[in-house]
Design a binder for this molecule. Structure first.
Ligand code: ADP
Length: 479
């Protein structure tokens, strides 16, 4: 069915409601009719039974041995159009025949049949109900049949049926109209929500749907939609901030390159000066490349296209590897790095992704720790968690900044970070890498001055770890 032909919920609800109601009504009317008919017939049979008892005294034996109608009876079957009494002798000869029921076919005579026999039959277009049984008149067995016309009863049943059948379409119409009005009333708030939601476009994401009653279904739906808008708004804001920050970060090295170029073109210089200018330009290009690479890796992370290649990794060994690759930087600053990996901690992690996180932490500890300071790196077990901690003796991170320090491009000291070649993305990458492993990263005060960055990882790998078999695109350490 084309979408245009699909009826609205309102119409479908009304149709279903009417259909179900009509079905129930048909069933109800059918059951009512069958019950009433049964009751009527039972009543008729009871009446026949009474008639039979009356009729038993109607025929008497004459002294001559024949049969005659008792004259003292008030009831005269010959004067009744709806009732009749007929009597047969055992021999089959009809002893008595009343006017109304006389046209009915005689019963199959059996003088020995003592059980009452109720039957329905037709004569001259009229329906009759009869009761036939043997009776004893003056010591002689006869077959006695009483009859009552079913015509009036049938007419009454017919009337009842007509009322029931004719009433059905009327009820269906009322049910349809009522159902439609109800469905419209019930669905109007949804239409309102839809038109309100349509008005909330990307540049009006701060607006929300009105929630008249939080507790009913529509209110809950509106609340859920509002929550979705809130999340959308947060993502939009984050994206806007990120784009603005990224543009800003990209412009700085570009401006420097331009400056150097303009300066170089300004007046004739010696080859050595040109060489130096080109060297500076290349440095800025390297900076740009690093920045763009990091941004690309983060965007892969955001898109969820990075798959972890988990394997059992000795975290003590991993920290030792990182320390030995960054050791030269610490040496330049006369810093000492100690490693404590006395706990043997093995976790199912992606070696390269986690290594990058640890590298970024150690790199920061070296960058921000003062010359000659000590940096302690530790891999240890904490219950069912693995913890990698990097403690430095640097300026530390004020409590107010601890929540934001892992945000992209967030820097406490912009000039210093830049001077150290920082992009403001190192901690954001570390956070992403750790969270991708189901862990968390935080920063605390180092009791001996400075800060402690801590990575906490669950030792039991998430169930879907086996799915993460593809080699990720996030590789290599921080340049
Ligand atoms: P950057 O490239 O600037 O180092 P990061 O994301 O690695 O970017 O760090 C963000 C900011 O957090 C840094 O600019 C710095 O101000 C602060 N920071 C990071 N590590 C430390 C640390 N060990 N001690 C003090 N401040 C730190």
């Amino acid at each position: 069915m084309s979408p245009r032909l699909v009826p609205s919920i309102r119409v479908r609800l009304t149709a279903w409601y009417t259909l179900v109601l009509c079905l129930m009504l048909v069933l109800y009317a059918g059951a009512t009719f069958v019950t009433v008919r049964h009751e009527f017939l039972e009543q008729l049979d009871d009446d026949l039974h009474e008639d039979f008892e009356t009729a038993e005294g109607l025929i008497v034996r004459t002294p001559e041995g024949g049969f005659a109608r008792a004259s003292d009876r008030h009831y005269d079957p010959d004067n009744d159009d709806d009732r009749g009494t007929d009597v047969w002798a055992a021999s089959g000869e009809q002893i008595y025949r009343s006017r109304a029921s006389g046209a009915l076919p005689p019963p199959a005579l059996n003088a020995a049949a003592t059980e009452p026999r109720y039957e329905s039959s037709v004569a001259n277009g009229s329906h009759w109900r009869t009761l036939t049984r043997t009776a004893t008149v003056g010591g002689v067995a006869v077959v006695l049949r009483v009859a009552r016309s079913e015509d009036r009863l049938r007419a009454q049943l017919w009337e009842i049926l007509t009322v029931l059948v004719l009433g059905l379409p009327v009820v269906a119409v009322f049910a349809g109209v009522g159902g439609y009005v109800l469905a419209r009333r019930a669905l109007t708030p949804i239409d309102r929500l839809a038109s309100e939601a349509r008005r909330i476009t990307a540049d009006r994401l701060h607006e929300r749907l009105s929630v008249p009653n939080q507790r009913d279904e529509i209110g809950r739906l509106a609340a859920v939609i509002n929550e979705t808008f809130a999340r959308l708004e947060a993502s939009f804001d984050q994206l806007r901030r990120f784009t603005a920050d990224a543009s800003h970060e990209l412009r700085t090295p570009l401006a420097v390159i331009r400056g150097i170029g303009e300066e170089g073109l300004g007046e004739t210089r010696s080859p050595a000066e040109y060489k130096e200018a080109m060297g500076s330009m290349l440095e800025e290009v390297d900076r740009l490349t690093t920045l763009v690479d990091t941004l690309l890796r983060l965007s892969h992370g955001d898109a969820g296209t990075v798959r972890l290649a988990r394997e059992p990794v000795d975290l003590g060994q991993l920290t030792r590897d990182v320390v030995s690759s960054l050791g030269i930087l610490a040496e330049e600053r006369n810093q000492r790095i100690t490693v404590d990996d006395s706990d043997r901690v093995v976790a199912a992690v992606d070696r390269l992704v986690l290594r990058e996180a640890v590298t970024n932490l150690l790199d920061n500890a070296i960058k921000y720790g003062p010359a000659g300071s000590v940096i302690d790196v530790r891999a240890r077990l904490d219950g069912d968690q693995a913890v990698i901690a990097v403690a430095d003796q640097g300026p530390g991170v004020a409590a107010a900044h601890r929540a934001r320090i892992f945000d992209r491009f967030f820097r406490l000291d912009e000039a210093r970070s830049r001077e150290n070649g920082g992009t403001g993305l190192g901690l954001a990458i570390a956070k992403w890498a750790v969270e991708e492993h189901g862990g968390r990263i935080d920063v605390d005060e180092n009791p001996s001055g400075g800060s402690v960055f801590r990575i906490t990882l669950p030792l039991t790998a998430p169930v879907d770890a086996a799915k993460h078999v593809h080699r990720h695109q996030l590789s290599g350490g921080r340049s």
